[in-house]
Design a protein around this ligand. Structure first.
Ligand code: R5P
Length: 285
């Protein structure tokens, strides 16, 4: 087995605790990518580690070039470890003529890899990775690591899911922590406009409200949820997410509202305090 860290996977690949090499990546003057595997892959089961953030399209081209090269150089199997896998939210044609990107990117992955491992994928209208990929797919979760973080650092937590999709993670974290959970209702009008509602009162007196979500992107979902939670005067509001995309000034906006934000390191940032390399290591074979 050989772990090969791509440009956006080095912060995790090195920690997985198996034989490791880097994918060397640079750019030609016109912006085209050049990749080179820095170790022999002949006869090996190769796991490419790449998270897909910032330059998502470059990240995709990079793994395609690397996967095909591994096969050409005699790798026995090539798997993708994608701590954060992109395009999962575009799971239907929301408007006439739109691409169902989740399906297309899934098919592209099938084409070049023998297996995919990913963490807390955004499964909403598609309920399983088996509907996205034909290759072997392994769904990993950061919920155990999140629960351990909460038990170590947060007193009197109540877990909040900001929308129906988040209930899968919020309820699991609450169970592991041994506390209660509540899920709010969300309606999305556009990328930057969401409305969150609560249908029953919630007792947050002397409690820490811990919002759990898979993704924080613009931060609007969390900001809307916080508006509601504040009415019940919790001691403190936390937001813990698996994938901290934090576009533009999302982190600053959340900090301004006094919310303590923590994410896992599927996407590295100044708040990525929860490491997922153990969750990956446990499931590799
Ligand atoms: C969508 O349902 C996801 O679970 C997140 O709630 C969403 O992607 C967060 O996006 P934003 O931070 O832009 O509101």
């Amino acid at each position: 087995m050989l772990i090969v860290s791509c440009s956006h996977g080095r912060h995790i690949g090195k920690k997985i605790g198996k034989k490791h090499a880097d994918l060397i990546v640079d750019k030609f003057p016109d912006g085209e990518l050049r990749v080179r595997i820095s170790a022999s892959v002949k006869g090996k089961k190769v796991f490419l580690v790449q998270s897909f953030y910032k330059d998502i399209s470059d990240c995709i081209i990079e793994v395609i070039l690397a996967a095909k090269t591994c096969k050409e150089l005699g790798a026995k199997k090539v798997s993708l470890i994608a701590p954060y896998f992109p395009y999962m939210r575009q799971d239907k044609r929301f408007r006439t003529g739109e691409a169902i990107s989740q399906r297309i990117i899934g098919q592209l992955t099938d084409e070049y890899f023998d297996a995919i491992y990913t963490i807390d994928p955004h499964l909403h209208r598609t309920h399983s990775l088996k509907q996205v990929f034909k290759i072997k797919s392994v769904e990993l979760s950061a919920t155990k690591s999140m629960a351990e973080y909460i038990q170590r650092k947060i007193k009197n937590p109540i877990i909040i899911g900001p929308d129906a999709e988040s209930s899968q993670w919020a309820e699991e974290v609450a169970k592991l922590v041994g506390t209660a959970s509540r899920v709010l209702a969300k309606r999305r009008y556009s990328s930057y406009h969401v409305e969150v509602k609560l249908n029953r009162e919630i007792d947050l007196k002397n409690k820490s409200a811990v919002i759990i979500d898979d993704i924080v992107s613009t931060g609007h979902t969390i900001l809307e949820a916080v508006k509601i939670l504040e009415k019940f005067r919790p001691k403190k509001i936390y937001c813990i997410c698996t994938h901290g995309i934090f576009v533009n000034d999302a982190l600053e906006k959340l900090a301004k509202e006094g919310i303590k934000v923590i994410s896992t390191n599927t996407i590295p940032s100044k708040v990525s305090k929860i490491d997922v390399s153990d969750a990956i290591n446990e499931k590799l074979n």
